[in-house]
Design a protein around this ligand. Sequence first.
Ligand code: 8LQ
Length: 481
Amino acid sequence: MTARMEQWSFPPKFDDGYLPDPDSRYWFSHRETMPAADRDAAILVRLQEICAYAYDHAPFYRSKWDEAGFHPSQLKSLEDFEERVPVIRKADLRSSQSSAPPFGDYLCVPEGEVHHIHGTSGTTGRPTAFAISREDWRAIANAHARIMWAMGMRPGDTICVAAIFSLYMGSWGALAGAERLGAKAFPFGAGASGMSSRCAQWLDMLKPAGFYGTPTYAIHLAETAIKDGLDPRKFGLRYMFFSGEPGASIPAVRERIEDLYGASVFDCGSMGEMTPWMHLGGARGTPGMLSWQDIVYTEVCDPETHSRVPYGSRGTPVYTHLERMSQPMIRLESGDLTIWEDGPTPCGRTYPHLPMGIIGRIDDMITIRGENVYPSEIEAALSKTDGYGGEHRVFVTREGTMDEMMISVELDDAGWQQGDERRKAFHAQVSRQLHDMLGLRAAVEVVAPNSHERTDFKAKRVIDDREAFAEMRRRQEGGSS
Ligand code: 8LQ
């Protein structure tokens, strides 16, 4: 069966001139639609190759696996992989890079082959460097072009990349895919002051078919365009694909963006480390995201045991690269939360399916009076409320021994103009929605449109000072003032 899998080899080799038949909905029709069990058999062989390769080239994996009593020759089934191969965490990568700088002892190619260096933002501790070889960059471009094809983008389409061009892999990954697809790449970027107005102006001029950014930014950009007297629906966008944060798989947010622009919205994205990060990525006809298992083998696992949870259940994705040679990630624990369903999907692909996308980071879950809630669920509830002005903030604090939450929500312009009655009604509506959808009783504040700051990157809507509070209390109890 592997004989019929298109461009499937180890090390990966791609025909950079290849394009599918223009009428095909699939880039690699066999790889995408083959029986899942046959694909799993091919994945097992690839995992054996990748593990042997990593064991030979990366002291990082060799020492971890020796310690865990695993040797690649023991890998006879996907269950062996799940049971015997320990997960790795971002902290392991950081510590490997601090003891073997700059790329860690999991760099499996000579440093001379490194073609791009990217990395994490490093806002929490030491940043991690991603060293991507030339061949891996080609693999990334090929994978992304393939997934963008599934969303409906075609050679010749103009694709605007409206995300910051820095170490962030989002913008660069979208650009690499657009280039490989034979699209007209339009790397507008983001991040400098005044760029949103100029972006709206360029979109109005160029009428691109595709747009990439974060969902938060797309909403901000539409608001900016409208303020500048432009109609985002006249940009002529047909496909908008998003990564970096929840939103594109939250129905009310997706509909809001579709409505603002008159375009189809697709969700994608896993982690910078896992580039080609579009391996979790949407396709025309299937809501949410697919897990493109022949690019990155994803297991949705119990966060404690790291064993796969049954389809239909919640768990955390654990990722393994199948088409990367420079810093292959083998069982990287994401710390995110999702639900997976078995394929096939409405688009005819036989991959597992994440109908709700990624719900959020497990660590971001907030517990208020025994109720657990994710920030994306609050966003979903507010986005469904008539009159929602587009931004909100969630404040979590500790009063006495109780955690308290307050949600500050913008009312839209039309509602705000209507005065007190409407504001009160909106307040009641929001409180009811939060209670009915999430079981939450939170204090609500209604504020004027544009009260909360907008961003061109990933939104940070939760302000949680419980840790600072606990920290202060510990200091006080420890006797220092
Ligand atoms: N994260 C990323 N994509 C997400 C999505 N579609 N839905 C919900 N949460 C998502 C370069 C790509 O944009 C991927 C990326 O953002 O990589 P980062 O910067 O390493 O951040 C990874 C985290 O962003 C994930 O663990 C998710 O929590 C979130």
